[in-house]
Design a protein around this ligand. Sequence first.
Ligand code: HEC
Length: 317
Amino acid sequence: MKNNTAWWLRITVAFFLVIILMEVYIDSGDKPAFLTYPTLMFGFMALILLLLIAIAFIVQAIENVLYNTLDEEAKVRYLATKEKKWEWTWGKNMYNKLLGSKPMEAEGEIILDHNYDGIRELDNNLPPWWVYLFYASIVFGVVYLLRFHVFNDYNQKMEYEQEVAAAQLEIEAYKKTAKGLVDANTVVFLTDASDISAGKGIFESNCVACHMADGGGGIGPNLTDQNWILGGGIKNVFHTISEGGRDGKGMIAWKQNLKPVEIAQVASYVLTFQGTTPANPKAAEGDIWVDPNAPVQEAPADTIPAVKIDSAAVTMN
Ligand code: HEC
């Protein structure tokens, strides 16, 4: 019997191995399985512990029985093998080889013949572990030199720029998933039906009193025409809803009551009114708004009538 580790040590190691295995195999989401199913896990682990202890006792008992059947000579031999220390021969040989030092008995072969006040010197070889590392560093150096100084793979500046670009992409992707981060500068017209219908809900519960359900206007201006007092397009409309209209006009800053994403939704919904014909339209107020970023602008500015335009021909901003 070579293994003479203490029985309690074996049990502890086995016990923790079981715990680790369970953590690996039980799907408990982000939290450790122990926190997700505390009573179940506790009961199970207690059972395992009991089993392990029982196995240890049985093994011990069998060993005792077998020992007592041996004759005296065999008992001595058995104890001797049990006392023998276990060794990892391969590991030990490898260690000695990498260390490369001569055994004490052979030092006579490598001792140098000078003698400084009784201090003498051994002519040891360089330790192989050091020599191999040195060779590896030479190989690394050659590869590095060729890659970066001969073939100019990339330099630190390019590496930095690549990382910044990658981070920029990640930020963009994050902003897309985190709709709540929008503001008047980053908002875009939301086309998803779910966003538009959410915007419709917000509009109907907050805005119809002044703008009418069809956007035709009342206390507030007509939202279906191309004329805007405070500027059209998703960014201006978002800004108006978020910050409110001119003082004393009655349009409050909705950022107190609505989250940025809700403002983006209701602003998108407001823009879907463009080109529709409300039942009772209020006369146009403000200027016709032309998107400065629009690719082509057909009619020159002076031919656009200031008021009353054909709403059927209006395209959505
Ligand atoms: C108490 C009445 C009232 C309510 C409620 C109200 N508004 Fe207004 N709204 C106004 C008035 C008045 C103006 C004009 C402001 C100005 O002239 O500065 C306005 C202007 C606007 C404008 C700019 C129109 C333009 O021509 O530039 C938008 C867009 C708008 N409101 C959207 C909304 C939305 C969306 C809601 C609901 C979340 C809402 N409003 C709720 C009264 C209201």
